[in-house]
Design a protein around this ligand. Structure first.
Ligand code: AMP
Ligand code: MG
Length: 272
């Protein structure tokens, strides 16, 4: 069983290294199994809760979690399960859908920058500015010269956020094609989940290889020291939860958040 620090290191995309998702085993579990994972997840969630309480009280810095992955990779499920550890007051989730006319009338980072977390907050992006080098590329919504310039623009943007006190954690949930098939079928078959399914999802699925190529390039070009990508084998939801909780707990613990010490309070105050 791989411990927390080693697991985080193993999942991180080393800046400059080339990602090829086709070579990844999306069912990998790094020696964990479903039963033994439960106490590990509980421990990491407990760490996260304590760390976030301090982080929120301290209100000096922010954390930005960027979640990407193909349809049905588990972005919503990850938010639901892992973010349970957080006090909702210090945690803001933003989902990025097809841009509105207003958003399209601006540069692609405009809508993103407006949603970055305040000091003390953990911001979670369900999809993000990466869509502008993913779906936009696959569907040729802008010319190649426009989207291909964006990798550098994204790195510059993230460097600016980091230099201003935002710790960026980018999580790519990797499932394989057969797992997506099963999840789509399950969505369709379950009356409580069918609303999530659309025929358009199948058109996107038909472009699987184009998406994988777009993912490979984005992960390769934008994993940096200040904003690394983590590629999570996500066929197994319990391992995905374990991995994401562990990465966040490890990252936040390195920030060493601490409760503020009010400077002007008397010692041994007894309130009558
Ligand atoms: P969902 O995550 O299932 O709610 O779907 C949101 C949809 O919005 C996905 O199909 C994304 O590909 C799409 N989307 C998000 N950002 C963009 C963007 N910048 N340009 C075009 N489509 C986008
Ligand atoms: Mg969808």
């Amino acid at each position: 069983m791989t411990g927390p620090t080693a697991l985080r290191d193993a999942l991180r995309v080393t800046p400059g290294s080339r990602v090829r998702l086709a070579r990844l085993d999306a069912g990998a579990t790094f020696g964990h199994d479903k039963a033994s994972a439960q106490p590990v997840i509980a421990r990491q969630m407990g760490r996260l809760a304590t760390l976030q309480d301090k982080f929120w009280a301290e209100a000096k810095r922010s954390v930005l979690v960027v979640l990407q992955g193909i349809d049905a990779a588990g972005k919503d499920g990850t938010i639901q399960k892992v973010m349970e550890a957080f006090n909702p007051q210090g945690c803001v989730v933003s989902a990025f859908k097809v841009p509105t006319a207003e958003e399209l009338a601006h540069d692609f980072l405009w809508r993103i920058h407006r949603r970055v977390p305040r000091k003390g907050e953990i911001g979670i992006f369900n999809r993000s500015h990466y869509e502008d080098v993913l779906v936009v590329r696959v569907h040729q919504l802008v010319p190649r010269r426009v989207w291909s310039a964006r990798y550098d623009q994204i790195n510059d943007f993230e460097r600016t956020l980091a230099a201003n006190g935002t710790t960026i954690v980018k999580v790519f949930l990797a499932i394989d094609r057969d797992e997506q098939r099963k999840r789509f079928q399950a969505r369709y078959d379950d009356p409580t989940k069918r609303w999530k399914f659309s025929m358009g999802d199948l058109e996107e699925r038909a472009r699987w290889d184009d998406y994988q190529a777009a993912f490979d390039e984005a992960l390769t070009k934008t994993s940096t020291d200040v904003a690394p990508w983590y590629v999570i084998p996500a066929n197994r939801k319990w391992f995905r939860n374990l991995a994401v909780a562990t990465i966040l707990a490890e990252t936040m613990s390195e920030l060493r958040p601490a409760y503020p010490r009010p400077p002007d309070l008397p010692v041994d105050l007894v309130i009558e």
